[in-house]
Every structure is written in structure tokens, then in C-alpha cells.
Design a protein around this ligand. Structure first.
Ligand code: NAD
Length: 457
């Protein structure tokens, strides 16, 4: 009998947690340990209240936990024992120094790599699961090789394409699994070893193998294309509002073209989440570093339109309420960046609430998946700080809370002048509607980003 393959995943977040739970479920002969520096996160993974909300995740974890799925803060021990090490740590946008506001901050990745080099006593396959700039594997390889003591490392790029809110569904039935590796005999062997893990449930023709750089860049490119579609339809929504066209009708009509397709065409207040903006900024930075300013500017505009859409929305709300929301009560239904998640990273709700608060509105927020502390903290943080350890620190009791938060949707709307809701909503057209009462009519769900509606009294 061949020995049980041991997998360790560094980083027990939105990607590491669900991905490893599904590997454990689908591969009973593989032992999976997820490790993290955050004691709170690991404690939660081992408790009844998992640290993240994802439909279907609870069942998968409960099925495998204690069987072949474990969570631990003993990072060194489990790295030392593993054959395959996934690294799924955060790679946020740099807030200072070279490339601040654009480049990916690889501090967390580098720390993980140094730790792997320190404790590895036998050969390892190290898998980039985090989204990283193209060519990161080269840097990681250097760190590992320079710090290792005769141990061989093979680096693979295996970016994750799951979407929050449908993570388990996406992992069970992925459009594709992408594995990039070195084109050497050892590299090819490592690719095969990882391929065998996925082959437990993913059809072989959906497992794509490429060179390292293609795999790394494909993830950035995929997110850039997805975000670009949202900005495209949002840009059209502005023109619709100016001309009397209905963006929902336009999106439906163009989506019928099989070359365009119907998905990711709902106009909204803009995309959010931890990935799209960060990965495009990163792509822009890489293009600039390679002397490709035209390409960089092309992708930069995807973010510009997104920011424009968010501020356009706030302006619409304010102007439709006689040019001021000062002291007016506004309910916000839904705060996470889209439906079926509690994740608030880069949610458009932050920009919208800040915009309304800037005009002294009285905002009351309801979101059953997000704690009050998280909401208050998000509204108090500076741009890009949210994905750094500062966001894990509790707020002090004396800090001013910018908004009211309620656990009851009806409570939020009581006595309100207006309400804005996510995650299912309507086209931007209804934002402008004036009159005594107006609600969104089309409640089509929007899978791309939080969308909003306004009700006026
Ligand atoms: P996350 O913040 O939820 O999880 C990262 C975890 O890594 C945190 O719990 C953190 O404590 C831990 N960590 C950081 N440094 C560590 C270290 N040295 N040792 C051990 N643990 C460490 O982030 P996430 O959303 O899971 O994203 C992880 C990566 O995957 C990012 O690069 C992201 O771009 C990418 N990604 C995310 C998604 C998504 O939908 N969230 C989808 C695809 C890819």
C-alpha cells in the first residue's frame, strides 16, 4: 500500500478553508491539515461556528473534521510532516513603499516561504494557491533554495477560481483546475502528483497544465476580464440613464449574443470583494514595470469606472433627496460585498455609507451575516488597511461608532427616509426615480456585486 499523502495548507481563510475541506472530502486517502497564525480563526474552524459563511461548507467540514481534516496553529509541525504544502495566505495591496497602492504585498507569502525552508527536512512540493504577481514563483524558489539544507522544493502555481458565495459548488464542479510547473522532469513529476489529488473528483479534461508563468498570469487575467465586464455594463448604465434606455433590457439583448453570453451583465453599484480591485491594480503595476503604459491604462480604467459608479450612486441618492441627506435617516439592507457571504472586504457598501455619512446622513445597517463590530471597523478604516493585521484588532470601547447597526431588517427601516439594499437589486435606472414612493421593481439577483435599491417616502 502506498503511504498516505499528507497535505498542509498555510492560511485558513476564505480560500484555504473551503478548498482544503473539499480536498479532504473528495480524497479520503489524503490527510489535510490547515494551519494559520490566527488563533481565533483556527479555534473557530474547530468549533460549531465556522469563521466564514459559505453555503454547504458546514456539512463538508462536519463530515471530514477529525477524520482526515484538521486545523492547527502548530505551523512548523505540520509543514515538516507534509508532502504537499499549499500556501493560501493573503496577498493584499501594498500600503507603503515601492508600488504602494498597486503592487501586491508579498510579506505574508515570504514569511510562509521562510518558515517552510526552515523546518523542511524532506523534499516538498510547494503550491501557490494565493493570487500572486506573475514571476512570484521565481522569488519563492530563491527563498526556499537559499534557506534550505539540501532539501528539494518544487514550486507549482495552482490559482483558485472559486467565487465566494458559491465556493463549495465551484470546488465540487470547477470549470477548470489550473496547474503550472517547471518544465523539467522533477517539475513534471510534481505537476502529476498534484493532478492526482484533483483527479479524485475533477474530470481529467478539466485539469489544465501549463508553465508556471502562464498559470500565475491566468488568474490575474481572469479576474481582470470578469471585473471588466461589470465595468462595461455599468458604463452603459450611465448612458441608459441619460437616454431613457433600460440597462436591464440592453443587457438582456446583448447577452443573447452567444459571443457575449448572459452572465456577469447585471448593472450594479460596482464590484467589491477582496480580489478584483487588488488583482487589477497588481496587473497594472506589472504592466508599468514592463514598460507597457498603454496596457496598464486600459486596465486602470476598469477600476476608474467602478469608483465612478459608486460615487454616481451616492450622488444620485443625495440629489434625489433635495441635494442633501443631512440628518435624514437611511437604512442599508445588506453590507457584505455580495449575497451568500459575510465578507465585507472592499464592499461597495463602505464607499456608499461613507459618502452618505459625509453628507451627515443617519445610517442604520442590517446584514445578518456581518457582526456590528466588523461594520463599525470597516467604516473606520483607511483604504487598503482592511487586509492587513490591523483589521484583526478589536475596536476600543471609546471609539466613535459612525453608524447604527441592527439585527432586524424591519427595525432598520423604521422611520427611515430611504433605504438601500444589497445583495439582490435592480438596475441603476430606479435610483433616479423621483416621486413619493419608489422601490426597485426587478429583484433579479446579481452575482457580481452588491446592488442597491432606493425607496423613498
Ligand atoms: P484570508 O485573509 O481570508 O486568509 C488568509 C489567511 O492567511 C489569514 O487567516 C491569515 O491569518 C493567514 N496567514 C497570513 N500569513 C500567514 C503565515 N505566515 N502563516 C500562516 N498563516 C498566515 O484570504 P483569502 O480570501 O483566503 O485569500 C487568500 C489568497 O487567495 C489571496 O491571495 C487571494 O487573492 C486569493 N484568492 C481569494 C479568493 C476569494 O474569493 N477570497 C479567490 C481566489 C483567490
Amino acid at each position: 500500500r502506498s503511504k498516505m499523502v499528507k497535505i498542509c495548507c498555510v492560511g485558513a481563510g476564505y480560500v484555504g478553508g473551503p478548498t482544503m475541506a473539499v480536498i479532504a472530502l473528495k480524497c479520503p486517502a489524503v490527510e489535510v491539515v490547515v494551519v494559520d497564525i490566527s488563533v481565533a480563526r483556527i479555534t473557530a474552524w474547530n468549533s460549531e461556528q465556522l469563521p466564514i459563511y459559505e453555503p454547504g461548507l458546514d456539512g463538508v467540514v462536519k463530515h471530514c473534521r477529525g477524520r482526515n481534516l484538521f486545523s492547527s496553529t502548530d505551523i512548523e509541525k505540520h509543514i515538516a510532516r507534509a508532502d504537499i504544502i499549499f500556501v493560501s495566505v493573503n496577498t493584499p495591496t501594498k500600503t507603503r513603499g515601492l508600488g504602494a497602492g498597486k503592487a501586491a504585498d508579498l510579506t505574508y507569502w515570504e514569511n510562509a516561504a521562510r518558515m517552510i525552508a526552515d523546518v523542511a527536512k524532506a523534499d516538498k512540493i510547494v503550491v501557490e494557491k494565493s493570487t500572486v504577481p506573475v514571476k512570484t514563483a521565481e522569488a519563492i524558489e530563491k527563498i526556499l533554495i537559499h534557506n534550505s539544507r539540501g532539501v528539494n522544493f518544487q514550486i507549482l502555481s495552482n490559482p483558485e477560481f472559486l467565487a465566494e458565495g458559491t465556493a463549495i459548488k465551484d470546488l465540487f464542479n470547477p470549470d477548470r483546475v489550473l496547474i503550472g510547473g517547471r518544465e523539467t522532469p522533477e517539475g513534471k513529476k510534481a505537476v502529476q502528483a498534484l493532478k492526482q489529488v484533483y483527479a479524485n473528483w475533477v474530470p481529467e479534461d478539466r485539469i489544465i497544465t501549463t508553465n508556471l508563468w502562464s498559470a500565475e498570469l491566468s488568474k490575474l487575467a481572469a479576474n481582470a476580464f470578469l471585473a471588466q465586464r461589470i465595468s462595461s455594463v455599468n458604463a452603459i448604465s450611465a448612458l441608459c440613464e441619460a437616454t431613457g434606455a433600460d440597462v436591464a433590457e440592453v443587457a438582456y439583448a446583448i447577452g443573447k449574443d452567444t459571443r457575449i453570453g448572459p452572465r456577469f451583465l447585471s448593472a450594479s453599484v460596482g464590484f467589491g470583494g477582496s480580489c478584483f480591485q487588488k488583482d487589477i491594480l497588481n496587473l497594472v503595476y506589472i504592466c508599468e514595470c514592463h514598460g507597457l503604459p498603454e496596457v496598464a491604462n486600459y486596465w486602470k480604467d476598469v477600476i476608474k469606472i467602478n469608483d465612478y459608479q459608486k460615487s454616481r450612486f451616492v450622488n444620485r441618492v443625495v440629489s434625489s433627496m433635495f441635494n442633501t441627506v443631512s440628518e435624514k435617516k437611511i437604512a442599508v439592507l445588506g453590507f457584505a460585498f455580495k449575497k451568500d457571504t459575510g465578507d465585507t472586504r472592499e464592499t461597495p457598501a463602505i464607499d456608499v455609507c461613507k459618502g452618505l455619512l459625509g453628507d451627515k446622513a443617519k445610517v442604520c445597517i442590517y446584514d445578518p451575516q456581518v457582526t456590528e463590530e466588523q461594520i463599525q471597523r470597516d467604516l473606520a478604516l483607511n483604504k487598503f488597511d482592511w487586509d492587513h493585521p490591523v483589521h484583526l484588532q478589536p475596536m476600543s470601547a471609546t471609539e466613535v461608532k459612525p453608524v447604527a447597526v441592527t439585527r432586524d431588517a424591519y427595525e432598520a427601516t423604521k422611520g427611515r427616509t430611504a433605504s438601500a439594499s444589497s445583495p439582490s437589486g435592480t438596475s441603476s435606472r430606479s435610483w433616479t426615480t423621483s416621486g413619493s414612493t419608489r422601490a426597485c421593481r426587478s429583484r433579479r439577483s446579481c452575482s457580481t456585486a452588491a446592488t442597491w435599491w432606493i425607496r423613498r417616502r
